[in-house]
Design a protein around this ligand. Structure first.
Ligand SMILES: [Zn+2]
Length: 61
């Protein structure tokens, strides 16, 4: 569990954060239009804000 928490913490520090999910999702749309890159929004348990990631979060199924 330790390394995962540390990785999350590090990526939290490095990444830009968004204060609301709505803002993050708008940014995702814009990046997709501008660069054709698909990003995903996730809520960060460390800072409590939202970050973008290239990897989709694993959902059930
Ligand atoms: Zn964070």
């Amino acid at each position: 569990m330790g390394w995962q928490a540390e990785q999350m913490w590090r990526s939290c520090l490095r990444k830009k954060f968004y204060r609301s999910k709505q803002i993050a999702e708008q940014t995702v749309k814009r990046i997709k239009e501008e660069r054709g890159v698909t990003l995903y929004v996730y809520e960060c348990p460390i800072c409590g804000y939202y970050h973008l990631t290239k990897k989709p979060r694993k959902e059930k199924g």
